[in-house]
Unconditional design. Structure first.
Length: 252
């Protein structure tokens, strides 16, 4: 079953909350609120989504819900293939969940983000792709450095203790300590747990470099492998658990 999470950002505090989970079982899409939405409501007065007005329900549809489909580029657009190349999605694997997971589904007009859950392969290693975040806020020398990177070049994670907005912020650096941007916030807490135990268990490498006029949020694609402890499961905290079980389904 394919799945992604939905996060919301409070525009005042800039704090991010995981609020929902979207899954596809091969026939139908399901959306459910997760416990993180309760924190968003209590701490930031989050209002439930119009498309999903009831918190204690699971929604089902044979078509992708508009909240998510509106974040996809139409395949009829002339630049669609360029877009798929930016995301480095293999041919014929450009299904909606794959595109949302890789692109983040970000729109300039709102404060939502979509992200995948890392999955473990047959060797017990987690593998995922992500675009470097925050490049637009980095100095010009960082943007220029991205252009000089080599494919499969190793990058390194380090805590950004000077970040006043996010105590878990993780910078991505080159071997020569050139700052390039940030690891996605949704991965930071789990990665920090591994880094404190053994930094060698996580490896980040350059997957693809997209040059201008590619939008800056798609300039640097990385792939990460992580060997978490056998007893550890990413996104297993209470915040990511569904509020209700699958017995309550509302078809929309």
């Amino acid at each position: 079953m394919k799945k992604v999470f939905l996060a919301w950002q409070d525009s005042q505090s800039r704090h991010w909350f995981p609020i929902g989970k979207l899954t596809f079982d091969g026939e139908n899409y399901h959306f459910v609120y997760i416990y993180g939405v309760k924190k968003a409501q209590a701490e930031s007065n989050f209002k439930l989504l119009r498309s999903f007005p009831e918190r204690d329900r699971i929604y089902k549809s044979s078509e992708l819900f508009p909240l998510f489909s509106n974040r996809l580029m139409r395949s009829s657009r002339p630049d669609y293939q360029d877009y798929i190349q930016w995301l480095n999605i293999p041919q014929n694997e450009d299904d909606p969940i794959a595109i949302l997971a890789r692109s983040g589904g970000r729109k300039a007009t709102d404060t939502f983000e979509i992200f995948p859950c890392p999955e473990k392969n047959e060797n017990g290693v987690y593998h995922l792709h992500f675009f470097v975040h925050g490049l637009r806020y980095m100095p010009e020398c960082s943007i220029e450095k991205v252009k000089q990177l080599e494919l499969k070049e190793r990058l390194y994670l380090t805590r950004d203790f000077q970040n006043t907005y996010d105590s878990n912020a993780l910078l991505l650096r080159t071997k020569e300590r050139h700052n390039l941007g940030y690891c996605p916030r949704y991965l930071a807490a789990d990665i920090i747990e591994v880094l404190t135990q053994n930094p060698q268990l996580i490896e980040v490498r350059v997957e693809r470099i997209n040059f201008a006029p590619t939008p800056i949020q798609f300039r640097l694609l990385c792939n990460m492998t992580a060997q978490w402890n056998h007893n550890f499961v990413p996104f297993s905290s209470q915040d990511y658990q569904p509020i209700v079980d699958c017995s309550s389904v509302v078809k929309v």
